[in-house]
Design a binder for this molecule. Structure first.
Ligand code: HEC
Ligand code: HEC
Length: 195
């Protein structure tokens, strides 16, 4: 518990530093830096690879936080680890601004409206919109989830549920995901991915 508090305090300082006012983010520099991201996260931030999230139009603050979490080891992923080790605070700020500037990812044609209806009901029952906003485009450090890859949404919800990923903001998602059944997760991911 104490470790967690210390970690959060440290992360807070890191992010405050990364987001220091007066130093405007440089979208062009972010775009250049993002060349190394394309191989996995796709051209223009639209991922074509299973279990890799799209970043196009993802929120600036959310992207910055996740990069800080990866760099601090609070969020673990073997593929992201060597990438974030190379990133400075300026890079993180510029990458956040760049991905936020892209045309956001959007869901494709819904091949299973019945499952989406179940997901919609689950989302209402679990009050997902109370944090992610009514259109699920997110706000600040609360991720944009509308139109995200379905496989990645399933993975993310399972990772929170199992405790593999704890996230920021008082571990909000760990508490939210813990009671979700596998059926709910499948339906929620399908619904959100097709918004
Ligand atoms: C070798 C593949 C690979 C490369 C290169 C890569 N990523 Fe990732 N990235 C991943 C994977 C896989 C995940 C999902 C991790 C998980 O499941 O928790 C991820 C997750 C993320 C996330 C979290 C997004 C979310 O919705 O939670 C961000 C932000 C991110 N990457 C940014 C970047 C940036 C910026 C770069 C380039 C500087 C980059 N990545 C390069 C594989 C990669
Ligand atoms: C109390 C506020 C809150 C509620 C309620 C909430 N979320 Fe979240 N959600 C967050 C925050 C904050 C994050 C970012 C956490 C992190 O840093 O990992 C997040 C992240 C996520 C992610 C990861 C996105 C990504 O790109 O990695 C998914 C998926 C998600 N939420 C789905 C849901 C679903 C589905 C529900 C309803 C069952 C829900 N959330 C309810 C606050 C909330």
């Amino acid at each position: 518990m104490l470790n967690r508090l210390v970690l959060r305090a440290t992360l807070g300082v890191l992010l405050a530093f990364a987001m220091a006012p007066g130093q405007a983010a440089d979208v062009a520099a972010g775009k250049t830096k993002a060349e190394v991201c394309i191989g996995c996260h796709g051209e223009n931030g639209l991922s074509q690879i299973e279990n890799i999230p799209s970043l196009a139009g993802q929120l600036d603050q959310f992207v910055q936080w996740q990069l800080v979490f990866f760099r601090a080891g609070a969020r673990k992923n073997d593929q992201m680890q060597p990438i974030v080790e190379q990133l400075t605070n300026d890079d993180i700020r510029n990458l956040g601004a760049y991905f936020a500037s892209l045309e956001p990812f959007k869901g494709g044609k819904d091949d299973n409206p019945e499952l989406s209806e179940k997901g919609k009901q689950a989302a209402a029952g679990r009050r997902c919109a109370s944090c992610h906003t009514d259109t699920y485009v997110g706000t600040k450090a609360v991720a944009r989830i509308a139109g995200q890859r379905e496989d990645y949404l399933v993975k993310a919800l399972h990772d929170y549920k199992s405790g593999l990923r704890s996230g920021g903001a008082q571990a909000a998602m760990a508490d939210v995901a813990y009671p979700l059944s596998d059926e709910e997760i499948t339906a929620l991911a399908h619904y959100l991915a097709h918004l």
